[in-house]
Ligand binder design. Structure first.
Ligand code: ATP
Ligand code: MG
Length: 256
């Protein structure tokens, strides 16, 4: 049991009689990159919003590291180490890349601001900023204004500011959405790198990304879990193929 970091039981969300998430049992193994996939309208975003506490469930429970976090607020779960990647809009466009990461770190240490006050504290801060920039391959762009970054690099910056909060479980909502081929590959490799030593749960549409980095995949359809397993097994699963019929079926196969 202890290697399950996140577990939901019968997680359900009703919207005025319409069940968007229907008794979902999800178990995310510690250290895994776990992907949540499914056709349009399957309930992925709603499920994600329940897990990140942006929405309150109608029924069911969510446990993180054995603690019942069902009733907790986003700030509370963030303190436990459950961090949702910031939306691009949360990046400060007029500040530099470096300043954005520094602010992320300072925000994380918030109440323990005094830690950074002394000179050695500031040096430690800057060292960590550079380390994070290095990790996401933005070091040579550190002085650029965030607004001037190409789209894919903004996503990398967003991931760096999330990493600044030392997440134990990192939640990513369609990290490659709207990206061209090259950026998709770069961000995929980046996720793989930042996933070392932590757990990642991601909603992802791009099957190639899922096939490349996901250790385990949960397929949702009409709000419920349709299949679960590694890519090879879920992509061959008849019910999954049927659910994707007429939409991304070719994509599902094309990722091999
Ligand atoms: N606030 C809401 N009120 C009413 N219905 C909603 C609400 N949010 C989502 N839904 C409905 O719940 C279902 C699941 O939506 P959701 O956005 O979770 O799907 P998704 O899997 O993220 O789809 P996509 O792949 O298109 O992003 C949809 O039928 C949607 O219309
Ligand atoms: Mg969605």
């Amino acid at each position: 049991m202890s290697d399950i970091i996140l577990q939901t039981r019968e997680l359900t969300k009703d919207f005025k009689g319409f069940t968007a998430v229907d008794r979902v049992d999800l178990a995310v193994q510690r250290g895994h990159i776990h992907a949540l996939i499914g056709p349009n309208g399957a309930g992925k975003t709603t499920c994600f919003n329940l897990l990140t506490k942006f929405l309150a469930p109608s029924r069911g429970t969510i446990h993180f590291n054995g603690h019942d976090i069902t009733a907790e607020k986003p700030a509370q779960i963030a303190r436990r180490g459950v961090i949702r990647s910031f939306q691009i809009s949360a990046v400060f466009p007029h500040l530099s890349v470096l300043e954005n990461v520094r602010i992320g770190l300072q925000r994380f240490t918030g109440t323990s601001f005094h830690f950074w006050k002394g000179l050695s504290g500031l040096r430690a801060l800057d060292a960590r900023v550079l380390e994070l920039l290095e990790l996401v391959d933005l070091r040579e762009m550190a002085a650029l204004k965030a607004a001037d970054l190409p789209y894919g690099r903004k996503r990398a910056l967003e991931i760096a500011t999330t990493m600044a909060m030392s997440p134990e479980l990192m939640l990513l909502d369609e990290p490659t959405q709207g990206m061209g081929h090259e950026d998709v590959e770069r961000v995929t490799a980046l996720i793989k790198r930042v996933a070392e030593g932590r757990t990642v749960l991601m909603v992802e549409h791009n099957m190639k990304v899922v096939a490349t980095i996901a250790d385990r995949i949960t397929v949702l359809a009409r709000g419920a879990v349709l299949a679960e397993g590694d890519y090879a097994s879920v992509s061959r699963h008849p019910a999954v193929l049927e659910a994707y019929m007429g939409s991304d079926a070719a994509e599902l196969q094309g990722a091999h």
